[in-house]
Ligand binder design. Structure first.
Ligand SMILES: [Zn+2]
Length: 92
């Protein structure tokens, strides 16, 4: 027979259970958004935040902090306003 403490324990688990039931649909939606972003011709990281111009790649150096793991810091510069931006690239 269920006691009050058992019922409370079950109710405590409800938000977690509900979140777990919704997780597959949320993961599928996120995967679709990620695929769409990856397929887009312009990477938002290489578009000038000031004027929206596609920035030009200038060069790359090993990341100051994560270069030992193969991460590179790429320098991109806007041909319109000259703004430079560092974009971190993971290996592979
Ligand atoms: Zn610009």
């Amino acid at each position: 027979m269920l006691g009050l403490s058992d019922i409370l324990a079950v109710l405590d688990r409800w938000p977690t259970w509900k979140a777990l039931k919704e997780a597959p649909a949320r993961i599928e939606a996120l995967e679709k958004r990620l695929s769409a972003l990856e397929a887009s011709p312009t990477n938002p990281e290489t578009v000038c935040p000031v004027d929206g111009t596609q920035m030009k790649w200038e060069g790359e150096v090993p990341s100051r902090h994560f270069g030992v793991f193969g991460q590179m810091d790429e320098t991109w510069r806007c041909p319109a306003c000259g703004l430079a931006r560092i974009v971190q690239r993971k290996p592979g």
